[in-house]
Design a protein around this ligand. Sequence first.
Ligand code: SF4
Ligand code: SF4
Length: 423
Amino acid sequence: MDPMLAPASTFSASTLPAPDARLLALTDQCVMCGLCLPHCPTYRLDNIEAESPRGRIALARALATGALAPTPSALLHLDQCLGCLSCQKVCPSQVQYDEILVRTRAALAEKRPAAGRGLPDFVRHALHNPARLTALARVGAALHAGRWLPSLARLLPKTSIWRRLAQTQPALPRARHLPDAKPTQRTRGRIALFRGCVASVYDRDTFAAGQRLLEALGYEVVATTGTHCCGALPRHAGDVAAAATEATRTREALRATGAAVALVSATGCYGDMRDQVLAGSTTRVADIHAFLASDPGFAALRFKPLAARAALHLPCTQVNVVGEVAAIRALLARIPELAILTLPEQPRCCGAAGSYFIEHPDIADRLRGEKLDQARTLAPDLLLTTNIGCRIHLGNGLRERAAHVPVLHPLALLAQQLENSPP
Ligand code: SF4
Ligand code: SF4
């Protein structure tokens, strides 16, 4: 019998705090129809009910009522949810799976030992501190260059998170950070480009590209002074207090830029920027692709031809949270001779999912393997994706296969092919 299925009374561990009435009401909306199951990446792998949305909702309810104890097995099934929201997107009952997951993880956070919370504390803290993250990334890159890190990592147990961290060390982009906000002579208006925390280190080539495209359209591009986080990482880990603090700081910092609109290029940040950080704010939030595609000046930009085959990987957050897929395709269609290849819709997720690919390597690598096999049949010259986690995870997988296919953000490709200079 799976210990997850044992009733709470058989465990000495105490159950969760007083039932969360809102959580119970949310779980009650699930009619257990199972229509979401074929869309769930973790369920599709082995057809295990506890690895499905329906199974996890039942689990969340049982934990909340105290019918089930928070055993390691129960926690693992919840932790192994990618948070991709493919289930929420297709649910006919409009079950708010995202809120169920966050509320459950928040309630469980107090119950679990620090050692069971995934990333080591200093790595988790570094994710919110770009200076520390940059320093760590530089040390890792130097050790990688000398082949020390992979060799050392192989001495660690296969299940060690340190081994995984050492093996997933991404390269730092060459591009520099955007300059901090400075009042300058503007032309068509001031735009704030949201940089985030992890993305401000690993996705800075994308920000440089976005800045170049926006300036070619005549906008003044600014960023917040200092570094700000949308709160998605702590919120999805169940630390709602930390997420709310981050959201407040970011809202104030964006207001201080004086920009009427904040553009987001990192798909993982968009939902929290829209629903938490800037909900009710005078600063409008927009997806950068939709903003560029709807700008009447974009049609006047000129792009150099590129005779290449580009496979477009659409991240879960792009499809399930941001939308605007047509805008990305419309932007890329402006590059003459570029062929955009479409990957199969399932499995949607490549396994990256924030820090998931570090914490759950087995599932993450199986999903990535399927995605890369699909990509290989298209024989692309390059892979495009709008999420920094997908770029890192897919890039690592391609390196392991010795496949020389660059992985780029679509904005980086557009900026690379742009002929115009700022007006
Ligand atoms: S989450 Fe929605 S689609 Fe999935 S089983 Fe429940 S009601 Fe059905
Ligand atoms: S969020 Fe994704 S991985 Fe989690 S239950 Fe829903 S579909 Fe499955």
